[in-house]
Design a protein around this ligand. Structure first.
Ligand code: SF4
Length: 404
């Protein structure tokens, strides 16, 4: 087993970054407010990037910054300044897909490692070697590779670090080659503005009969013909490690802090057990069903079968649990910043960085911040719970959704 194995989690903002680290990430990836591919995520201001880097390094965690748009002429000047700023912060690496930004980074941030983004579609050992010869220290492989291809890449160029996505949403098209959003509403995915038209439902309309809609059916369900399932390689971690991949990446900079924390924790716990040569309990896998997700797939891991990665019934998320708050104070009382409603009498679950600390409680009392007893919580308020026991810090509160 490699000693430099890394669990890499998304950090869509400063708060999520801290949860990712507290719940077990070895490294996080984030973006500034320009030049990354998740422009709709809140992302980090220049000052927050400084704070994030400081926080990560104080926790011995690495921070990688995505600069993976495909740049136009108008971007170049701003990129030069931005790259110099990231160099001054001493972030641990830049994630890049465009050769122009690669060259600019070598010029303006020469001491910062460069990781080649999955957007660059690296699918062969020769392409890995190409980027490594130019100075890249790590390659984030295309999602469209099988594990035997990845193994062969590692055997041919063992000196180059390999990173791969193990969990999260996927594109229906080849990563980085999608023009759907740009074509349908002028929002360019390759500039970070994807509006996810692959998740939309489509119907056929004849222009002179606008009120008459014809379903598009590939099969009995065939409405969401472009909708990809979500990747989940939780059951394949040992094979991934044996193939020579050293960084395991979780997608989700636009997901909630609960999603980031719980998915990170599940993979952290599994990796630690695998490294200790212990069995990963089946119930750990069920934690991945308790965050909002689409139907899971192992995608191209065994073979390149694109049909098995699509889900036609719906593009909606499966949500069996609701994220209802963050525990923000644990001193003599438990203060919770509320995201969703729960009431006296409900069963809620408190989860913590160490799964052994998790507990379920039936809510016997709720107090507002002035100490008044209340029957139920309202989003965006703080409430107090009086528990009979001390609890660890950084807890998150969730509740099973009513199945009716
Ligand atoms: S439209 Fe869908 S497939 Fe295309 S870039 Fe956006 S998320 Fe990916």
């Amino acid at each position: 087993m490699p000693t430099n194995l890394e669990l890499l989690s998304p950090a869509g903002n400063l708060e999520k970054l801290k949860y990712a680290i507290n719940y077990g990430a070895d490294a996080v990836y984030a973006a500034g407010q320009s030049y990354g591919l998740r422009a709709k995520s809140s992302n980090l201001t220049l000052d927050e990037l400084r704070e994030a880097t400081k926080f990560c390094h104080s926790k011995s965690t690495k921070i990688y910054i995505t600069v993976n748009i495909f740049a136009h002429n108008r971007n170049i000047e701003g990129l030069e300044k931005y790259l110099k700023y990231l160099a001054e912060l001493k972030v641990d690496a830049l994630i890049i897909s465009d050769p122009a930004i690669f060259a600019l980074a070598q010029e303006h941030a020469p001491n910062i490692d460069i990781h080649i983004s999955t957007q660059a579609n690296v699918t062969s050992w020769r392409s890995v070697k190409f980027w490594a010869d130019l100075g890249a220290s790590r390659i984030i492989l295309a999602r469209e590779l099988t594990i035997s291809e990845i193994k062969e890449i590692h055997e041919k160029v063992p000196e180059v670090e390999l990173e791969m996505f193990v969990h999260g949403a996927m594109c229906m098209s080849y990563s980085g080659r999608c023009l759907l959003s740009s074509f349908l509403n002028g929002r360019d995915a390759n500039q970070g503005f994807c509006t996810q038209p692959c998740r939309w439902g489509y119907k056929l309309v004849e222009p002179t009969r606008p009120s008459q809609e014809f379903p598009i059916e590939e099969d009995d369900y065939g409405t969401y013909i472009l909708n990809s399932k979500d990747l989940c390689l939780f059951d394949r971690l040992e094979e991934i490690i044996s193939a020579g991949v050293t960084s395991l990446k979780i997608e989700g900079r636009m997901k909630s802090l609960y999603y980031v924390a719980n998915v990170t924790r599940a993979y952290r716990t599994a990796l630690d057990l695998i490294l200790a040569k212990k069995t990963v309990p089946k119930k750990l896998r069920t934690e991945l069903d308790k965050v909002s997700h689409r139907v899971y797939t192992e995608a191209f891991f065994d073979s390149f079968n694109s049909m098995s990665t699509q889900y036609h019934k719906t593009s909606s998320y499966i949500r069996s649990y609701q994220f209802i708050g963050e525990i923000v104070e644990t001193s003599d009382q438990v203060k919770i910043a509320i995201r969703a409603k729960f009431s006296v009498g409900d069963e809620i679950e408190l989860i913590f960085p160490n799964p052994n600390d998790d507990r379920k409680i039936i809510v016997e009392n709720i107090y507002d911040e002035d100490g008044n007893s209340i029957e139920f919580t309202k989003p965006n308020t703080n409430i107090i719970l009086k528990l009979n026991e001390a609890i660890p810090e950084n807890g998150i509160v969730r509740m099973k959704k009513n199945e009716n």
